[in-house]
Design a protein around this ligand. Sequence first.
Ligand code: C2E
Ligand code: MG
Ligand code: MG
Ligand code: MG
Length: 285
Amino acid sequence: SAKEGGRNRYQFYSEDMTVRAIERLSLEHDLRGAAQRGEIFMVYQPQIELATNRIIGAEVLMRWRHPTQGLIAPARFIPIAEDSGLILVIGEWILVEACRQAQQWRDRGLLDASVSVNVSAIQFRQNDFVRVVERAINLSGISPDCLELELTESVVMQGIDSTEQKLQELDALGVKVAIDDFGTGYSSLSYLQQFTVDRLKIDQSFVRDLPGNIDAAAIATAIVAMGLSLGLRIIAEGVETEAQAEFLQSVLCKEGQGYLYARPMEADEFEAWVAAWEQQVKNKS
Ligand code: C2E
Ligand code: MG
Ligand code: MG
Ligand code: MG
């Protein structure tokens, strides 16, 4: 009967949900101590000045190599890290390591560029977040303006007063702030003007359909024009084709990041890529 069917369906969903809850709990369990065991590591993706092809920065992205499940994407484990509070420990570790790596590259004369670190809402909302950032800077000896923090629109627009105060403290520290995935959330233009942010990252969902899609082209063009008029730097993420890079340049977006240049790479691979890339840029100019 229909009723029985309904009950079976209910049981099916319920079991399914239980399985997922158990999976999640077990991942959360595994995530504890994952950084100390060396399972969490960082990959680096270059940021490029479109007109010159110079490397102007590197975004740090987190990876988890699970002992039995293999590589787990951030989209799967970061929400678990956030819900469990583990993101605080892992996030601080990433900040310290990213600054240390950037300073080491600078000391070795390998790379004169900034590093961008993603910061989750839970981290940013911490009372002592600015102290955490300051500690990472002091431990590494990095120049503060070589560190950029990437915050999403929703993080910035949540709790406006405390956001503004933290952004001012970060600015006083000399650290840069970028708004990640720009265009996917809703930020108020007046706050954008009021907040001390340095850069907008055009979300890859708009870049993907460039240059052919009229709507994507209109949105990308508008974001650049608005950002420039507010005195912000603009970088496009998810640049995969020359046609996209050319379109972006034509609407005065000067910076890009994406598979067209390189995928995110582990430190040693990134170093080799940088050396080869710079040789190529030199040969062309
Ligand atoms: P995001 O910060 O917007 O990072 C950009 C994502 O796009 C990365 O995915 C990157 O690998 C991917 N990507 C780069 N170039 C291209 C391209 O040309 N085409 C396409 N299709 N994708 C490209 P990933 O590494 O899987 O990271 C996903 C998200 O996870 C990040 O989005 C960020 O929100 C979060 N995340 C990553 N690492 C961290 C971290 O250390 N801390 C925190 N809080 N979040 C992180
Ligand atoms: Mg990012
Ligand atoms: Mg992004
Ligand atoms: Mg994203």
